[in-house]
Design a binder for this molecule. Sequence first.
Ligand code: 5GP
Ligand code: ZN
Length: 148
Amino acid sequence: MIGMPGCVFCRIIRGEAPAVMLYEDELVAAFLDIAPVAPGHTLVVPKYHAERPEELPAEYLCAMMKAAALLAPAILEATGAEGYNLLVNAGPAAGQVVMHVHMHIIPRRRGDGMRAIHVPGERRIVSHEELRPVGEAIREALTRIKGR
Ligand code: 5GP
Ligand code: ZN
């Protein structure tokens, strides 16, 4: 389950590659990102090789969120950051480079210059008429997926 050949996160979890480990339990490990965007940038990684969140058994999804909620205040306290972003890049189009699911905890400070997905002023509020067809298509897809 954590033995995917060539997967660097599987290797870290198995203790075959080095990492600055912060937290570990039966289901997840959390360690510092090797190329931090801010001090304390952390990765929460399930002990289960899957590429995307939707491929993970639910217990791993829960464990990832629980670990993030446990770690975030500790990261803030230790680094003096004021807030944080939780981020999962799913798929290369979304910026995923390591193809083993992981959640970034990115410590943030006011004025740190990092871009958030929500940039005030850069988006336009659209009408519900414009939103509705997308909502309908997603709800239909959800029904299909749940039926599989
Ligand atoms: P992604 O773009 O896939 O969401 O993010 C992958 C992250 O993993 C990057 O932020 C990158 O710096 C980090 N990373 C890649 N290889 C290693 C490694 O060997 N060790 C650690 N600690 N982080 C890594
Ligand atoms: Zn892996």
